[in-house]
Design a protein around this ligand. Structure first.
Ligand code: PMP
Ligand code: GLN
Length: 385
């Protein structure tokens, strides 16, 4: 008898990002699906990695992350949010934000625990909860601006609620948490044992003069939070897969127990390079303006089509409704646009456990202007009957 696996994730297949990116390659489509820039990253940062490799910084660094990098992260957090963070006990460098989220959930969750997740949700959240034997409690964000229904959150809280997962700026919708949301959250968690997982990988990718409402601004929320970040998003290098998790010492200590036997430590030359580069504040403070211009350029081009934009105040993404244009499912239309018109997008139904259909596609606009122009020229040929 040959061995067979009883799947821990029986209903999961390859992610929509993999599916649509493969289809884009196969059909030579412009990929506005998976979120990654197609323009070059900073040359100086590349040179720094190279210099550090040549200087022999190629061996394991400290399990919690290169101390020099943790020190500059702490300085950055203090200058942005006036929050003192201990670099030894409250930060762990991780191979990306996704890993940080998984590690935090695995550190906290016991079988049967409930985790509140807002849908549409980044695709890793629900499987990450389920693989730990915990139960996702799903709450829909309110269409079309995808705000949180806090009354619904109050109703869904139970004695089993272990965690609330937040993501601002939000993938896939581009919605952002505002002060009023923070007040509601503070009221709901005060005096409870509920943890917060705050996915802040798009921290700097926020537009329209809005302020990023990090958990780092609020000591009463920070004391119960794992906050996850990604350098891939900050420095236009999603393939670097490097990030970090900030959490109070007692939470970080449990996080590191999981981390140390999974990846143990992250690649060293990039940590050395980032330790040199991060003190350059302009390198991240300029991001909001830089990407807002791209969003606006894309919005302007798309006015030539019949797609209807939904509000996006941050992230890499702009949602468009195709209400009135087609009766196809989101996935069918996304596949047809890729195969027949040469533009790949992501169906937002992929961000719902039950595949809810809103007739909305997600477009990634962090591309060169020429890429966006060509993509919209192709979309103009899509002429629904
Ligand atoms: N959270 C969200 C909402 C994201 O969009 C991404 C991007 N993949 C991540 C986390 C993780 O980023 P990383 O590539 O650093 O794992
Ligand atoms: N975060 C990116 C997106 O939402 C891709 C991440 C991935 O491919 N897993 O498109």
């Amino acid at each position: 008898m040959s061995p067979s696996i009883t799947s821990k994730l029986p209903s999961i297949s390859p992610t929509i990002f993999t599916v649509m990116s493969s289809l884009a390659v196969e059909h030579k489509a412009i990929n506005l699906g998976q979120g990654f820039p197609d323009y070059p990253m900073n040359e100086e940062l590349i040179s720094l990695v190279n210099q550090h490799m040549k200087a022999g910084h190629n061996q394991y660094v400290h399990m919690n992350g290169l101390p020099a990098l943790r020190n500059v992260i702490v300085e950055k957090i203090f200058s942005l949010y006036q929050q003192p963070i201990n670099p030894d006990s409250e930060i762990t460098v991780t191979p990306g934000g996704t890993y940080a989220i998984y590690t935090a959930l695995t550190a906290v969750l016991q079988p049967g625990d409930e985790v509140i997740i807002f849908e549409p949700a980044y695709d890793s959240y629900i499987p990450n909860v389920e693989i730990n034997g915990a139960v996702p409690v799903l709450i829909p964000l309110i269409y079309p601006d995808y705000k949180i229904d806090w009354d619904m959150v109050r109703k869904k809280i139970s004695p089993k609620t272990k965690m609330i997962m937040l993501n601002s700026p939000h993938n896939p919708t581009g919605s952002v948490l505002e002060k009023e949301d923070i007040k509601q959250l503070q009221n709901i968690v005060a005096g409870t044992g509920i943890f917060i997982l705050s996915d802040e990988v798009y921290e700097h990718l926020i537009f329209d003069n809005m302020q990023h409402e990090s958990m780092l601004r609020y000591p009463d929320l920070l004391e119960r939070s794992f906050i996850c970040f990604s350098f891939g998003k900050v420095y236009h290098c999603t393939g670097w897969k490097l990030g970090y998790c900030v959490a109070p010492a007692a939470l970080t200590s449990e996080f590191r127990k999981v981390h140390q036997f999974n990846c143990f430590t992250c690649n060293s030359p990039m940590q050395f390079a980032l330790a040199d580069f991060l003190p350059n504040k302009e390198s991240y403070l300029m991001l909001g303006n830089f990407l807002q211009k791209k969003r606006d350029y894309f919005l302007e081009l798309m006015k030539q089509t019949k797609f209807i934009p939904l509000p996006s105040h941050g992230s890499y993404f702009q949602l468009y409704s195709y209400e009135g244009m087609s009766d196809e499912s989101e996935k069918d239309l996304a596949i047809r646009l890729t195969k027949d018109f040469g533009v790949a997008t992501i169906p937002t139904s992929a961000f719902y456990k039950n595949g809810k259909e809103d007739k909305v596609l997600r477009f990634c606009f962090v591309k060169k202007e020429s890429t966006l122009e060509e993509a919209v020229n192709r979309l103009l040929k899509y002429n629904p009957s």
